[in-house]
Design a binder for this molecule. Sequence first.
Ligand SMILES: NC(=O)c1ccc[n+]([C@@H]2O[C@H](COP(=O)([O-])OP(=O)(O)OC[C@H]3O[C@@H](n4cnc5c(N)ncnc54)[C@H](OP(=O)(O)O)[C@@H]3O)[C@@H](O)[C@H]2O)c1
Length: 309
Amino acid sequence: LNVAFHTAWTNGEVWLAALRAAAPEIEFRHWPDVGDPATVDVALVWNPPRELFGGMSRLKLVQVLGAGVDALMRSEVLPAGVPIARLVDPVMSQRMAEYALYGALRFHRQFDRYEAQRQATVWQRHDHLDPPDVSVGVLGAGEIGMTAARLLQSNGYDVACWARSVRDPGPISVFAGREQLPAFLARSRVLVCLLPLTAETRGILGRETFAALPRGAFVINAARGEHVDVPALLEALDAGQLDGAMLDVFAPEPLAAESPLWRHPKVLVTPHVAGISHLATSVEYVVDQLRRFGSGEAVRNIVERERGY
Ligand SMILES: NC(=O)c1ccc[n+]([C@@H]2O[C@H](COP(=O)([O-])OP(=O)(O)OC[C@H]3O[C@@H](n4cnc5c(N)ncnc54)[C@H](OP(=O)(O)O)[C@@H]3O)[C@@H](O)[C@H]2O)c1
């Protein structure tokens, strides 16, 4: 099996070495040194440049080195008809879930207020609710959304998710589709966005959504910057409709120094750190995918191009 590897990450060589050590039977070629591109079977990529797929006439699979495929789906380099598989890393999902849990705790225990009070040396206690009285809504009930929902629920929060498709009732209620979005939002004191970025979800954290939340809600976005309508967010914060926001992702990144988000007293900015791929578990997953592919077994987590994730 010939695999062309490409990432713009600074530790690309470290990934490559780990892949080679884990699967000596697979030939990993570091793009652009792939020899004859017509002999490449699989492209293992993150944000590939336009010319990467040129001449790869035998290409049968693109394995992406990340959970989100929005950048690839939008790019002009996408090879037609070749299946695309995304990365599912349980360790990264867990880290993302911890980010959501931290946001919920920060809001409902009012640590954001205590941080502001510390600046002003104010000693003042505030009442806070218990987790079962704090309803958390997770937008997305996929690998990451469900991991976050389970972690929040195990910490006592009253959790529900929102997904695209209806599913059988389980321990976590899942609202589905646009029709059930208003009811889902109306119960979400804390709203966590863990959706993929698609034509349908772009700008979902906007005016209409904020207005449908209970007054004084808190918004956490760890999905993609383009999910947020920033002027609408600032407006909702300043009007008191939202009490706070914790944001990990921005469009574009890095967030510009002059962005009002940096200085807004109700906003916590983190530099896209909610969930970073974990080398060992990601390599294990990728090698398993490649071995499945090599032996003719079904590869997991294939992207449905029409729905965009
Ligand atoms: N900040 C970071 O560091 C970081 C790290 C990793 C990932 N991410 C982001 O997290 C996203 C989610 O990853 P994942 O692995 O959980 O994806 P996933 O397993 O594909 O799950 C996506 C979920 O979103 C739901 N969904 C998609 N479109 C929808 C729509 N139009 N309306 C309602 N629900 C919709 C899906 O509903 P169905 O269940 O009905 O299909 C599914 O539950 C990624 O795409 C990426 O952008 C961010």
